[in-house]
Design a binder for this molecule. Structure first.
Ligand SMILES: NC(=O)c1ccc[n+]([C@@H]2O[C@H](COP(=O)([O-])OP(=O)(O)OC[C@H]3O[C@@H](n4cnc5c(N)ncnc54)[C@H](O)[C@@H]3O)[C@@H](O)[C@H]2O)c1
Length: 349
């Protein structure tokens, strides 16, 4: 398995760059396809420096079928990890066509090229946002889906497409059917402990942890906490935060599973990647203040439409079938975020 080539779409991005590092360190050959719409190639320079190994980078858009076909012909990957996508919920509400075109159409092109090249192993970056409302705050894979914004719906549509694709292989009796792992991430935060790679959001961050980090370093003046009257232990929203390095380890385990006995030919299976426990917004702020010694000014603001009170993963299936669980704790996540932020106050620039 170690000599296999993994093609990583979106590999220059936040999660993708951490995945490339772990893949190189685990002995895989790595080919990255990224259009740099939301990333900088410097991330990959640093990945190679950290790994002491090289990867191959193509600046290309996954919607460019000819470019992708040429890359597959040249690189003959064994497996694809598909991170490439746009991910800002608010932007997806303002620009839904862009999100459906980039995420859904992009995945259609990618899978067409994979089919033509007979590359049928895929690990897909899905999201907990595909889940609908549920009576329990702890989400299992069989819970009903019901995304409530264009970004989440683009992920849910892609999941449907991939399930249909693997089902069609069974009907068509193809010789080498698809094997697909749909990884539903909860809330990835943190950075590599070297402080050399991390999350480098364009403009004002959408997510809590990079926002808190930018307040702590003085780039932003204060944090808004959306809702303090939820039925939770301190009234603020509770989410399942997961260290990005733990998250990418889940991808390595998923590749092993695709190559192993847990995946029957033609199977398309979803796995939650989360810690299985949640922290409130105020607990995150407290941890950040404790670990960094910085004061985080914040103000209470009204709830945001669509936000749930509490949401965390049931990660039992990933443990049972991928042999994966988180190893890092909240202090690791905060320490590594802060280390990255202080070493790179302007991100990769
Ligand atoms: N970060 C999160 O909180 C989170 C949570 C759940 C799921 N995800 C999913 O994980 C994946 C990676 O997320 P991330 O946080 O690393 O985001 P990111 O924006 O840092 O990385 C995505 C990468 O994909 C590239 N890209 C986008 N569209 C492309 C296209 N058409 N062709 C080629 N490259 C393209 C971008 O340039 C970027 O480098 C995304 O699919 C995202 O939806 C992220």
């Amino acid at each position: 398995m170690k000599d296999q080539t993994v093609l990583v779409t979106g590999g220059a991005g936040y999660i993708g760059s951490h995945a490339c590092l772990e893949l190189l360190q685990a002995g895989f050959k790595v080919v990255v396809v990224d259009n740099l719409a939301n990333s900088k190639v410097e991330s990959l320079a640093r990945v190679q420096k950290l790994a002491g190994k090289t990867l191959t980078f193509y600046q290309a858009d996954i919607r460019d079928k000819q470019a992708l076909t040429d890359i597959f012909a040249k690189e003959t990957p064994d497996t694809v990890i598909h991170f490439a996508g746009l991910k800002a919920v608010g932007e997806s509400c303002a620009l839904p066509q862009l999100y459906y075109h980039n995420n859904v159409y992009g995945t259609l092109v990618l899978t067409e090229v994979m089919n033509a090249a007979n590359v049928k192993q895929l690990v897909f970056s899905s999201s907990a946002t595909v889940y609908g409302e549920s009576a329990s705050p702890q989400y299992s894979e069989h819970f009903p889906l019901g995304a409530i914004n264009p970004y989440g719906r683009s992920k849910a549509m892609i999941e449907d497409i991939l399930r249909d694709l693997s089902a069609s292989d069974k009907l068509n009796n193809v010789e080498k059917p698809w094997k697909i792992a749909l990884l539903r991430y909860f809330n990835p935060i943190g950075a590599h402990d070297s402080g050399m790679i991390g999350e480098d959001p364009n403009g004002i961050p959408n997510n809590l942890m990079p926002y808190v980090a930018q307040v702590a370093i003085g780039k932003l003046t204060q944090l808004s906490v959306f809702g303090d009257d939820y039925p939770t232990r301190d009234g603020t929203g509770i989410r399942d935060y997961i260290h990005v390095v733990d998250l990418v380890q889940g991808h390595i385990k998923a590749i092993a599973a695709l190559n192993g006995e847990h995946f029957a030919e033609g199977e398309c299976k979803a796995y939650n990647l989360g810690a299985g426990r949640g922290y409130s917004v105020l607990e995150i702020i407290d941890a950040f203040q404790r670990v960094t010694g910085k004061t985080i000014p914040y103000q209470m603001s009204p709830r945001r439409a669509g936000d749930l009170a509490e949401c965390f993963a049931n990660p039992a299936l990933a443990l049972a079938e991928l042999n994966w669980q988180v190893e890092k704790d909240l202090d690791d996540m905060v320490n590594d975020t802060w280390n990255w932020q202080t070493k790179n106050p302007q991100g990769y620039q």
